[in-house]
Design a protein around this ligand. Structure first.
Ligand SMILES: C=C1C[C@]23C[C@@]1(O)CC[C@H]2[C@@]12CC[C@H](O)[C@@](C)(C(=O)O1)[C@H]2[C@@H]3C(=O)O
Ligand SMILES: O=C(O)CCC(=O)C(=O)O
Ligand SMILES: [Fe+2]
Length: 263
């Protein structure tokens, strides 16, 4: 991507990413570091692209239209996936999750990540260099597309990391913490991370579909019939987001919202 090949002094003019803009190695506000550089954008159609446009030497409207086209297509696909998940759980109406992304106040984020090649990996002989440390995504659903460079891994229940084969023609779909709560743990937000590659650079772009800030996040009542009881306390997306953004990347963010089981 042309932006990432600009001189660092130029890219820094589009930073910091607090919450939106260019970020380099520093992930979030709590001391996490990785070999990633990135751009965080709001999916709000009114978002101001001026600081990116001046670096790229294009009109802000050109960027707005490219981002809007991609995000609206990926959002539509996310909604179809969420409706299939709802159908799979026998939930009616099937738009219980997708309507949150379609809401005009949906709090969604679009992220572009660039991992430059890291030749030092060979010297450290097998030692992993972290591009983006292990974490779960806090929103409802994340849709990732990358180039053909490996690096993304997911954590299995048995504690082993496995690599996601890179494929520029595939989408990688991730369940977010909020969907885990709404399904009372039936769908799990899986920990993932990115390892740096020694020779090739990795590019990824991710749409994080989130609910409106005031939305109550709680297990759906239709999933609570019978023996099931809620594993989580009720909270709004704003409460969860505020709490999540105070945590370190690798922390278990949901732990503060779990109900303590009576013994
Ligand atoms: C360390 C952090 C970075 C993050 C905010 C947080 O405090 C914890 C969650 C992180 C995460 C992971 C998924 C997305 O990449 C992200 C944009 C999000 O919504 O939550 C990032 C946040 C970030 O990079 O600011
Ligand atoms: O860049 C990637 O491949 C994954 C990054 C990621 O998990 C994130 O931005 O939340
Ligand atoms: Fe992620």
């Amino acid at each position: 991507m042309k932006f990432f090949s600009s001189p660092l002094s130029e890219k820094l003019k589009a930073g910091p990413a607090d919450p939106f803009g260019y970020g380099n190695k520093k992930i979030g506000q709590n001391g996490d570091i990785g070999l990633v550089e990135y751009i965080l954008l709001s999916t709000d159609s009114e978002f101001n692209y001026q600081k990116f446009a001046s670096i790229l030497g294009v009109n802000p409207e050109t960027i707005r239209s490219a981002v809007n086209d991609y995000v609206s297509t990926v959002k539509k696909m996310s909604c179809e996936i969420l409706e299939m998940l709802a159908e799979g759980l026998n939930i009616h109406p099937k738009n219980v999750f997708s309507k949150l992304l379609m809401d005009e106040k949906s709090d969604s984020v679009f992220r572009l990540n660039h991992y430059p090649p890291c030749p030092e990996i060979q010297e450290f002989n097998g030692k992993n260099m972290i591009g983006f440390g292990e974490h779960t995504d806090p929103q409802i659903i994340s849709v990732l597309r990358s180039n053909n460079t490996s690096g993304l891994q997911i954590l299995l229940k048995n504690g082993h990391w496995i690599s996601v084969p890179p494929d520029q023609n595939s989408f990688f779909i991730n369940v977010g913490d909020s969907l885990q709560v709404m399904t009372n743990g039936r769908f799990k937000s899986v920990k993932h991370r990115v390892l740096a590659n020694s020779v090739k650079s990795r590019l990824s772009m991710i749409y994080f579909g989130g609910p409106p800030l005031t939305e109550k996040i709680a297990p759906l009542s239709s999933l609570m019939e019978g023996e099931d009881s809620s594993l989580y306390k009720e909270f709004t997306w704003l409460e969860y987001k505020k709490s999540a953004y105070k945590t370190g990347l690798a922390d278990n963010r949901l732990i503060h919202f779990e109900k303590i089981a009576a013994s």
